[in-house]
Design a protein around this ligand. Structure first.
Ligand code: AR6
Length: 231
């Protein structure tokens, strides 16, 4: 895929430059912004009412496992507010683990304006979607579909009609989309998380054994889709 090609080329170029200068490349490259980067929201913890403490554990485990197994990628958990409880929980739990913290970190900002407002270049963003993959509905789903325009709706329809809880689908974002043009986002990965809200479909009724498994599957699915794009 185009984005993957571009990402790996940039990293290789960087490595060559560093080799020419005779520098040790590994540390430098891992903190470099040309790394393929996935920005993702905390799946299921707002409208789907998933417990934040339990979600934070799943996020830290899934993300640290992933960055330890994959080179040349970065994961960034994003939320809108400085006061975000999920971001603090994840930061606290991640601080207790040993991994390269330049490859998984938290960031405060709107996931649709990370480059223009936050100065953070993310090639790929994840969306906490609904099972019908429809725009609107509030939360991060509405924000992403609004920012990406109709191009995302069309591209999404070409990839999938529905999603099961725990699954995700990677959609290449056409270059006509404002989100592509202004923010440099080349792919949106829609993911459906476990739902604990009785007013939404497939409510798990507080079954957190199942819920945590489905949430872990959801993150693994997003990260694997991201790895294929980055390759
Ligand atoms: N940028 C970054 N993070 C955001 C943004 C944004 N623009 N907007 C919300 N968040 P939610 P869910 C954070 O409710 O719980 C939808 O209507 C938010 O603070 O969007 O998985 C869909 O259609 C929270 O931390 O997703 C589904 O039906 C996180 O994103 C349903 O809600 C997820 O909140 C999915 O519910």
């Amino acid at each position: 895929l185009e984005a993957g090609g571009a990402c790996s080329m940039q990293v290789e170029k960087k490595l060559d430059n560093l080799k020419e200068k005779g520098e040790q490349s590994k540390e430098r490259v891992s903190s470099d912004t040309s790394l393929c980067t996935l920005a993702f929201p905390s799946i299921s913890t707002a409208d789907f009412q998933f417990d934040l403490e339990k979600a934070s554990e799943v996020i830290v485990d899934a993300a640290t496992d992933f960055v330890q197994k994959h080179d040349n990628v970065r994961l960034v958990l994003v939320d809108l507010s400085q006061k975000s409880r999920i971001l603090s929980l994840v930061k606290d739990k991640a601080a207790k683990k040993s991994f390269d913290s330049s490859r998984f970190f938290t960031f405060v900002g709107d996931i649709t304006q990370l480059h223009s407002k936050g100065g953070l270049q993310c090639n790929v963003i994840a969306n906490a979607a609904n099972w019908r993959l429809k725009p609107g509905g509030g939360g991060v789903n509405a924000a992403i579909f609004n920012a990406a325009g109709e191009a995302l709706q069309h591209a999404t329809k070409e990839c999938a009609d529905t999603l099961r809880p725990g699954n995700s689908v990677a959609v290449p974002l056409p270059s006509t989309s404002p989100l592509h043009q202004q923010e440099g986002v080349t792919h949106v990965i829609h993911v459906l998380g476990p739902n604990m809200n009785p007013m939404r479909p497939d409510c798990l009724k507080n079954d957190y054994t199942k819920g945590c498994n489905v949430l872990r599957e959801a993150y693994n699915s997003v990260f694997e889709n991201f790895a294929s794009i980055a390759r």
